[in-house]
Design a protein around this ligand. Structure first.
Ligand SMILES: Cc1cc2nc3c(=O)[nH]c(=O)nc-3n(C[C@H](O)[C@H](O)[C@H](O)COP(=O)(O)OP(=O)(O)OC[C@H]3O[C@@H](n4cnc5c(N)ncnc54)[C@H](O)[C@@H]3O)c2cc1C
Length: 398
């Protein structure tokens, strides 16, 4: 395995790094969990990204993107992760990136024209509605939302929550049970639901870690009361909902993990700069204390290990396939989320009271990224997946 950027990728990475440093980071002081107020400024920067030929690094060229492999996009994603605005500016933000992927793989020509095209051009946004308040989201085969067939239509009833970016989204991809007797993995389907369909209600944007969230930064509770959509809005075939969700989450976890590594690198730089500059006594910087040195050394080792694990998983998906990379993907999901948690915590500690303010991005990331250990599968589920597969080779079936 060779993770060195190719001669064609390196200049792209340099360009992305410069853009984030010179254009995105200077805007960050305007971002306090709210996107609405920033949309005009962000729109201008998105246009600049297009001019620079950096739009949609993960998207195939025929859909207006850069056509990078997962491994290459992972390396871009790390650079973007250095700013909370990075992925949005390049149109590779969750949940749109995942929705674009599944529309490319499973969408009909008409679905691609109607939904994928505008999404890939950045004209609209979308959300993904799977988790429900009434059922444990850790086991997504259990769902209460149903879609029944009536003539040429699906009629959807149900309740969802934590639908990221639903506020302002043009459509939701909704997981709903379409066949009760389809078995654990074949009961549900994915259906495209325009958010202006009668019966679709955004109940509220849920406040998360003290941030109300709006527009792209929202996590919404949704209700579906007899929502009718044409039968053609079914994504893929009936009963494929669970399979498509799994497909969506594989590359999605690579994107998230590389974004988190970008956050770790920026937090690490801030931690080191503060440790070098902050004097406890004349001529005695915080960085002369062994405990701070220990945090710096541990963070360096953990971030480097995390990056190698994620690049290995991306390489395996590119070269061998998602199925073969399943264990690696579960490993990175819990490992990198843990590294992120610890590096942010240490960086905040080194900053003292300043670390608790929003004068640096650390506190915002600490609030926002605690969820990394929960969404896309909590730590415990991924650890269980890894351990079960290993123990199976030792004759233990749990
Ligand atoms: C910020 C954020 C954004 C999100 N965005 C979306 C989105 O866009 N769309 C969407 O559909 N969902 C989204 N989610 C929901 C997310 O996917 C779920 O929260 C997640 O799947 C866990 O489900 P749950 O919250 O119902 O927890 P539960 O399933 O109730 O689990 C609670 C806890 O139980 C433990 N646990 C679970 N299973 C096991 C096990 N097998 N062994 C041991 N312990 C276990 C874990 O510690 C877990 O945290 C988001 C969540 C957050 C926090």
């Amino acid at each position: 395995m060779d993770f060195a950027p190719s001669p064609t990728l390196q200049p792209i990475l340099d360009k992305v790094e410069r853009f984030i440093r010179d254009e995105a980071i200077p805007l960050e002081h305007q971002f306090h969990g709210s996107f609405c107020a920033m949309l005009p400024a962000l729109g201008k920067l998105r246009a600049r990204v297009k001019e620079l030929g950096l739009w949609g690094p993960q998207l195939p060229r025929e859909h207006g993107g850069m056509g990078l492999s997962l491994l290459e996009h992972g390396q871009v994603s790390e650079r973007l992760g250095r700013s909370p605005l990075g992925h949005y500016l390049f149109n590779c933000q969750a949940p749109d990136a995942g929705n674009m992927e599944i529309l490319i793989s499973h969408g009909s020509d008409e679905q691609k024209r109607k939904w994928l095209g505008p999404l890939a051009r950045g004209e609209i946004r979308s959300c993904f509605a799977m988790t429900e308040p009434e059922f444990a989201g850790s086991n997504p085969t259990r769902l209460g939302t149903t879609a029944r067939r009536e003539g040429d239509e699906w009629v959807i009833d149900g309740h969802k929550w934590f639908c990221s970016s639903a506020d302002g989204a043009a459509f939701a991809i909704v997981m709903a049970v379409t066949n009760e007797s389809g078995g654990e993995y074949g009961r549900a389907s994915q259906i495209i639901v325009p958010t202006d369909a009668p019966g679709f209600t955004r109940v509220r944007n849920i406040s998360v870690m003290g941030e109300p969230g709006d527009d792209y930064a929202s996590h919404a509770e949704l209700r579906f009361h007899g929502v009718r959509v044409p039968h053609e809005n079914l994504l893929g075939h009936e009963g494929a909902g669970f399979l498509i969700a799994q497909e969506r989450l594989g590359p999605g976890r690579i994107h998230h993990c590389m974004r988190w590594i970008g956050i770790c690198e920026r937090a690490f730089e801030l931690m080191c700069a503060r440790a070098a500059k902050r004097e406890l006594a004349a001529g005695k910087a915080l960085g002369t204390k062994q405990i701070v040195q220990s945090w710096i050394a541990e963070s360096r080792a953990e971030i480097d290990a995390a990056r190698l694990l994620v690049l290995r998983a991306a390489w395996t998906i590119d070269k061998v396939g998602l199925y073969e990379a399943r264990e690696q993907v579960s490993i990175i999901k819990f490992f990198v989320a843990g590294v992120l948690d610890r590096v942010l915590d240490r960086a905040i500690q080194v900053h003292g009271a300043l670390g608790m303010t929003d004068d640096t991005p650390l506190a915002g990331w600490y609030r926002h990224e605690r969820a990394a250990r929960i969404y896309d599968g909590p730590d415990e589920v991924h650890k269980m997946v890894v351990a079960k597969r290993i123990l199976k080779q030792h004759g233990v079936s749990a």
